[in-house]
Design a protein around this ligand. Structure first.
Ligand code: NAD
Length: 485
């Protein structure tokens, strides 16, 4: 085993915990055992909540300009440790070096945004009546929790950590049990940055701990990122115990390709979007709507996909179960009459025979009722459907229950505008395969890709992580009595 057993982190230190059940953490790249992760109990959650509670009073009392200093240092440490973090993310998640490095770089950008919070959270003040002023201030919520998925072991935790903590909250992080190692290193870096003990805490585990978080009276708010099935459960359970909750779910992102699209740019963008991070991105292209005759562009997409090679410029998928699930989708589409233009089934990387790889897969002539058209595959697979008109294509996109992203490839401003208006998704791209809004813009989908108000990052997250206090003052006792007196 390459690393020590994963530990919970609270009161500023790693804790030997009393868990009786541990899961293996293996690398998808070669199947090697990396560590073991404890499945903590609800009892251990109590100790972690106590740690976060105890730290809240003094952390939240610090002025924001002081709290932010910790994150200037954290940003610097992320940069200084970029190679080590990149290696760890790649090893535990299976993504390529460049993809893992991009995750560290994005974490730096997220931290930079949090460092600008003092400029963004100043409240409003207005003289509303002679001598009477109203003002607003953002107050932290208290102890908050962040439950994260496997596909971005470093970046998704950093969607929530810097913003929530700079705004004065203390946090309990629940990493994915499949990739718990990056969070362990992050706890060390936050401590080295000068974060007081108890402000950031980690509890490892699965369903039991997540349910405990939803129910716990000491936790004020829950942010969740993961599959729609679990997002719904977490949203329902935590709001039922009267918590604030944002729960981001899965996705089925549609790309509209029109005959006037720039062929080379479209082919490279579509391929990069569907195969980047082995298709395990909630912003990945999963369905393509070919509007009219775009056959030559489809040929180019297939040619581009053939240049994507497992173990070289394509990482592994997270587990044997994921590989099997993805390959089953492809087999089912083939059985139902779709054309497999590029087939990624049975991929094996020499020397890494225990790795879990699926090659890039392009499926043409998919019909809207096939499972590859409707369900999230979460692998390097694109399902191409053909329509005669843009409205038909929009109808297919609108009928899908998800709504994270949609993108259009065209040279026509009018067509682009029409898709921007009519696609039922929270994040829209024009001639871009992965339309992730960058800071200070916020990230969040629509429909069954997000439950709850607000987005999870950017300016919108300020509303989620704080509550507003409204104060009215009158300092002129000589003023006459009016309806506000
Ligand atoms: P997942 O839902 O299986 O797990 C997410 C978290 O929930 C993990 O921490 C896990 O331990 C916990 N969990 C799993 N099953 C649970 C249960 N039954 N009860 C309570 N907790 C449970 O998701 P995943 O497989 O880790 O991640 C992939 C999914 O995440 C995909 O659907 C992807 O689209 C989605 N995702 C969405 C976004 C977004 O922004 N919308 C971003 C990243 C990933």
């Amino acid at each position: 085993m390459k690393y020590e057993v994963v530990k919970n982190f609270y009161d500023g230190r790693f804790s030997e915990n009393g868990a009786t059940e541990f899961l293996d953490v293996t690398s998808p790249i070669d199947g090697n055992l990396l560590s073991r992760v404890p499945m903590s109990s609800a009892d251990e959650l109590n100790s972690v909540v106590e740690s976060a509670k105890a730290a809240f009073a003094s952390w939240s009392a610090r002025p924001i300009k002081e709290r932010v200093q910790v994150f200037f240092k954290y940003r610097q440490l992320l940069e200084e440790n970029v190679d080590e973090l990149t290696a760890l993310v790649s090893e535990e998640n299976g993504k390529t070096w460049d993809e893992a490095k991009a995750e560290v770089e994005k974490s730096i950008e997220l931290t930079e945004f949090a460092c600008s919070m003092p400029q963004l959270v100043s409240g409003e003040i207005l003289e509303v009546s002679k001598g009477v002023e109203c003002r607003t201030e953002h107050f932290p919520l208290g102890v908050v929790a962040s439950i994260v998925p496997f596909n971005f072991p470093l970046m998704v935790p950093n969607w929530t950590i810097p913003n929530a903590l700079v705004l004065g909250n203390t946090m309990i992080m629940k990493p994915s049990e499949l990739v718990p190692l990056s969070c362990q290193r992050m706890a060390e870096l936050l401590k080295e940055s000068g974060l007081p003990d108890g402000v950031f805490n980690i509890i490892n585990g699965g369903k039991e701990v997540v349910e405990g978080i939803c129910d716990h009276a000491g936790i004020e708010a829950v942010s969740f990122v993961g599959s729609t099935k679990v997002a719904k459960l977490v949203y329902q359970r935590s709001t039922n115990s009267l918590k604030r909750c944002i729960a981001l779910g899965g996705a089925k992102n549609h790309l509209f390709v029109l005959p006037d699209a720039n062929p080379t740019m479209t082919a490279t963008n579509v391929t990069a979007s569907m195969s980047g991070c082995a298709g395990q991105r909630c912003m990945a292209a999963s369905a393509m709507l070919a509007v009219g005759n775009v056959d030559s562009i489809i040929e180019q997409i297939a040619a581009e996909a053939r240049k994507v090679v497992p173990g070289k410029n394509l990482g592994a998928v997270i587990s044997k179960a994921a590989k099997e699930r993805i390959e089953n989708f492809i087999t089912e589409a083939e059985r139902d009459g779709a054309t497999i233009l590029v087939d990624g089934r049975g991929a094996v990387v020499e020397g890494k025979e225990n790795g879990t790889y699926v090659g890039p897969t392009v499926i043409d002539r998919v019909t809207p009722n096939m499972s590859v058209a409707t369900e999230e595959i979460f692998g390097p697979v694109i399902s191409i459907m053909h329509t005669d008109t843009l409205d038909e294509a929009i109808k297919i996109e609108n009928a899908n229950p998800y709504g994270n992203a949609a993108s259009v490839f065209t040279q026509s401003g009018g067509v682009a505008r029409y898709v921007m208006e009519h696609a039922s998704a929270g994040m829209i791209g024009v001639n871009i395969g992965v339309p992730v809004p960058r800071e200070p813009f916020s990230f969040g989908g629509w429909n069954e890709s997000r439950f709850g108000a607000n987005d999870i990052t950017g300016r919108s997250s300020i509303e989620f992580w704080t509550k507003l206090k409204k104060t009215t003052t009158k300092w002129n006792p000589e003023a006459g009595v009016n309806w506000m007196s």
